[in-house]
Structure formats: C-alpha cells, structure tokens
Design a protein. Sequence first.
Length: 479
Amino acid sequence: MQLTSFLNSSDIKTLKGVSSDSRKVKEGFLFAALQGSKMAGTKFIEDAIHHGATHIVVQVGTQMPEGVPDTIKVIEVTTPRKAFAKIAAAFYQLQPTKIAAVTGTSGKTSTVSFVQQLWHLSGIKKCASLGTLGVRGPGLRKYSGLTTPDTQTLHADIADLAATGIEHLAIEASSHGLDQYRLDGLDIRVAAYTNLSRDHLDYHATMDDYFDAKSRLFSEVIEEGSTAVINADDEYADKLIEICKQAGHTIFTYGYKGDTLKLVRREAKPTGQEIVINAFGEDYTLVLPLVGEFQVMNALCALGMVLAYDNDPAKYIPLLSQLRGVAGRLQLVSGHPKGAVYIDYAHKPAALETILKTLRPHTQNKLVCVFGCGGNRDVGKRALMGDISSRLADVTIVTDDNPRYEEADDIRAQIMEAAPNALEIGDRAQAIQKAITNLSEGDILVIAGKGHEQGQIVGEEVLKFDDVDEAKKAIESLV
C-alpha cells in the first residue's frame, strides 16, 4: 500500500476508469471511497480492490483494511468528493469550450433550455443543455432524472458531448451537486443565479446552509474573473453580489431592479406577454410566447448567460420571441372543449404559489389545482402547500405524488389538515380524470408536482405514469 496526498498526471494516464461505486470498478480503475448518506464508501474498499482497483481515494486518517496489496496507491485527501471530481475531470479531459451553469431553487431547467435555444437560433448548432431533463440538443436526447448527475456520470457525459463536437453547454447546478463537489473541475466561466426559496431542508439544515451550497458555484467553482448573472429582485441578491465582487467576477444583474437587463414593462397578451427590456441602456420591445412573470425572469437569466459569452443584445434579444417552454413547465395539454389544462413540475410551496398566481389572470371562471407531496422528503412543506392551494385555487384536489416508502394516506392527511375543503382522491389517474371531467367554460386546471416525470415511485417500484398522457386520455374521453 502506497500512501500519497495527490495524484499526478502520469498516474491519471495509467487509469482505465474512475468510480465511486465498487460494483462498477474494473481492472485498473480508481475507486473513490466517499461517505454516503446511508453508507460509508470505506466499507467497499476491499470489494473495489477485488474488482481490480489500483488507486483508492480516502479521507485523511481512514483506517484501511488489513492486507491491502503494496501495489495499491492510496490517495489521502481532506475532501474526497472534491478530489474525486477533479480526478474525474482530468481523466475524461474533454470539455466544451464554453460552459454556462445556473443554480437556484426554481427556473434552472427552463433557463438552460432557453440558453440552448438562443444559441441554436443564433446559428450555433453544436450546443446542448444538461440537467433534470437529461441531455438536450440537436439530435441529442438522453434522460437522467437528476438535476446534477453523480460525479463520474457528469464528467463522462460532458466529455462525450465534447467528443461529438458540442462547443456550447448550459448545465443545471443543484445544491446537492454543489455541496457534493460534483461540478468541481469543470471549466465554467459563466454562472447564473435565479432565486432561493424553501426546498431540500431534508438535506440542508437551514436556509443559510442551502444558500451557502448554492453560492459555492460563484465562490469556489468558477475561476476568478468569470461572469456572474444574478437576479437582482431576489432577497439574497445583495449577499451574492458581494461574494462575486470579492471573487473578482464581472456581474450582470437582471429583473425589475436589474442594472444590466432591466425589465421595464410586462403586459399579458393572448399569445404570451409583451415585454420591454432595457439592455445595456437601450430599450427593446418584443412578445415572449410564454405565460407568467417567472418565465420572463428565466428568459432574462438565459439572455444574460448568452450575452456573457457574446455581448450582442441586438442579435439575441429578438430571438426571445421564438423561445418554447420546457416539457412539464406550464405545459398546455390542448383539446379540452371548455377549459384549459396545464401540467407543471411545481412541487415546492413557492413554486406552487407562483404557478397559481401566474394562471389566475388568465382564468375567466374557476382555477382548479390537482397536487400531492412526495414521501421521504421535507414534511414541513405539505401543510404549506395545502394552505397555498386552498387560498389561491377555487377547487383543490389532493392526490398522490411519489409516496416512496411512506404511507400515501398519511401524506394526504397532512396536506388535508391545511386544506379542509379540498377533495381527496388518492389515485392520481382518477384525480386527473375527475378534474378534467368537471371543468366548465373558462376554467383552468393545473396538475402540479410531477411535470415531465415518466413514473410514480411507490416503495421500491417505479410505476409507469405520465401526467401529460393521463390528461390527454381524460380529454379524449370527453371528446
């Protein structure tokens, strides 16, 4: 067993692969013994060696198993996850020349999609986005289901994209991914921040911890002198701007309070909304074909990210009028003879409140909301979401989301305590059918919580389920 505190380039060249999963280790691999939420990676060191690992990354002071061969190189580091990310980046080597990352509680998926669309519409064909919807781009479709994939997968996917000629990449940076150093080692020169609201408090102890995880993108991940694109209207904006100033970044701000991209005016239209943007001192007027103020903010964030690499507002701003929404984000399911049906991923209190407030001005009669909450997640948000729907929707139907290992009845009961007038229908398909059948002229229905997801998690099973498909079937049964 050879102890060292670093891995040099000659060692990297000898590696055949890298992994933090001992089951995936093969001859000549590096194994990172990371501390997981349920299990310590050190318990699998012997298994990794048995599978052929030649290098092991461990925390300084780790007690190694007895009988580790002398040929094994053990890299002792203070932050194994960070070291593993940098090793993965060095191993896979290839990266697109221009990477832009966005973090925040809401809006990340739409924003990276808009960045990719703006690049493509401007004539940049070798561009892609990576995040909750997987890899998206011209001729590219790979679903992952994770906002930020695990370290090895993330760096491998990015190298694959670069190998296929992708030069521009927009990626989502989740708080989990940042806290676990998955993005370290990536050459990100543009980083954006959308907003911060209650979420993931089952993982982060406090909102301050949650913010600290997000701010790592700006304070540690991107290089000094990069560009930070920040939502000036968010309550954490000033704190983040100060962090970026100390890091020596160029700062673009957007929103009603934005200095770089100022939202001057917004007016709802049948085809979307007419907006006036002041960009670098000049006004631009256009129609954005998307519903809701939050989508204007996402579009401005995306615009700022694109302009950070190519500062040509006159080229990119007119392209905003051609943007298309992301699947599962206020996605209209057309065909209802009386009302309008929308699918949205909103599964957090702030997101649900935003969606309902967004749809209210477009509602001529009743606003109906179907939603549930996931099991084994933040329990505190259940009553909050029940209260929000009770106050902002005319009709609330409480149903199942992804119960996971909790009793679905218990989850619904916790929501119903704050929504005593709601209708409870556990079966999600039946809830959707009921809501769609009962829509009257001028009603709007939003089915919230799952959005683009293709399955429903019950215990250890992932049952095939798609809100869009269920809504289409219910509408077809009417017609």
